[in-house]
Design a protein around this ligand. Structure first.
Ligand code: 13P
Ligand code: 13P
Ligand code: MG
Ligand code: MG
Ligand code: MG
Length: 368
């Protein structure tokens, strides 16, 4: 018998601005999910202004009823958000109506279907003010870098390595890379996280799912600015998979991600507790929360708020230093994202205003 863990998230209204989620929305979501006969268990939480529904059930991945339940929950929460006039009420609900699968409608989804092992520790990673490619560097560290994950070297059950499924988010293609043999090829792609994102990781020897992430790109779906697609990721731990501490270690040296203010800036990803997950400085810096659970017959034993640990104080301090430096660049790249990566831009407007003042140097060459 298999158990499916589905993590489905959406920003359906910020409190205040883009910083957090109003408690009434979380209560509404809990109320709806607790009435559902489909679920074995659930946990409702948030990171910044994103609501995360962590669900267990027996219906498998991409199940229409589960996705419908999540959609209906977000729609009901949107009603509350509208009543409270929260910021961007319904922001991530792009479709007008649900039609069988929540993918492509706005919310982010990560799901794994497993036969529970004797002990099944999982970490649910959830980020705000960034994009799916933000997981590329930590997933590489966790599943392919022996300087992060000693298990790749000394655990016979991990020594064979992992397969990485990488998605091209623009051309809608996927490819499987095998680590360690293919890492130089793979890094050409995953080093460009705005376009290529690691969707899933598999244990190479036994083929089991090791990690799964959300790879929606809201701004591509909508064709206009709707907020960057703050991503989630599920990782299985221990006994052939990375130890819990090897997963968390990947966040000890913060990396730069795209997102932050107006989805248009580069900044450090700060590991924080749920309580400290509301980004306020320049709407950031971007945040990541890690919730640990033990699955037991589908019950979510937990959560344990993993970054609520003084051992990550130095990572947070470094994020603050990096944030000071990046902010000092103001509207200049690489703090501000390149033109094609920004979520909104005045360039066409300014360009059309100034078009008569631009002098074409190819035409004026003879005169000057
Ligand atoms: P304990 O001895 O605390 O169980 O830890 C074992 C371990 O492998 C930690 O990574
Ligand atoms: P969210 O994607 O978290 O809604 O943030 C959008 C934004 O513009 C922050 O400044
Ligand atoms: Mg928002
Ligand atoms: Mg958000
Ligand atoms: Mg965002």
């Amino acid at each position: 018998k298999t158990v499916t863990l589905s993590v489905i998230k959406a920003d359906i209204g910020g409190f205040v601005g883009h910083s957090g989620v109003h408690p009434e929305l979380l209560e509404k979501a809990k109320g709806i999910l607790s009435g559902s006969p489909l679920l074995i268990d659930f946990h409702v939480t948030h990171v910044g202004d994103d609501i995360n529904l962590i669900l267990t059930h027996e219906l498998g991945r991409n199940n229409g009823e589960i996705h419908q339940l999540a959609w209906d929950t977000f729609v009901a929460c949107t009603e509350v958000a509208k009543k409270l006039k929260l910021y961007g009420a319904g922001q991530d609900l792009l479709g007008d109506a649900f039609s069988g699968n929540i993918k492509g409608l706005g919310p982010g989804v990560a799901e794994i279907e497993v036969v529970e092992r004797k002990s099944e520790p999982v970490i649910v990673l959830m980020a705000d003010k960034t994009e799916p490619g933000a997981w590329n560097l930590p997933l590489y560290r966790i599943f392919a870098d022996p300087f992060n994950t000693i298990g790749l070297v000394i655990d016979p059950n991990m020594h064979g390595g992992f397969n990485f499924e990488v998605r091209d988010l623009i051309a809608h293609k996927k490819i499987i890379f095998s680590a360690p043999e293919d890492i130089y090829d793979m890094l050409v792609f995953i080093g460009a996280p705005g376009r290529y994102a690691i969707k899933r990781v598999f244990h190479k020897a036994n083929g089991q799912i090791a990690a799964s992430s959300s790879t929606q790109r809201l701004n591509l779906m909508a064709g206009r600015y709707v907020g960057k697609d703050d991503p989630v990721c599920i990782i299985r731990c221990q006994s052939g998979f990375p130890a819990v501490g090897e997963v968390l270690e990947a966040f000890a040296r913060p990396h730069l991600v795209s997102g932050w203010m107006r989805g248009s800036h580069s900044g450090p990803l700060m590991p924080v507790s749920v309580t400290n997950s509301c980004p306020t400085r320049f709407d950031g810096p971007p945040r990541v929360v890690a919730l640990g659970f033990q699955l037991a017959q589908g019950k979510l034993i937990g959560p344990q708020d993993m970054f609520d640990d003084p051992a990550f104080d130095r990572a947070r301090a470094l994020c603050n230093e990096i944030a000071d430096y990046m902010r000092s660049l103001g509207p200049f790249e690489p703090h501000r994202l390149p033109l094609d990566e920004m979520e909104y831009t005045t360039m066409p407007l300014v360009m059309s205003k100034l078009k008569d003042r631009f002098i074409d140097l190819r035409l004026s060459k003879t005169k000057s």
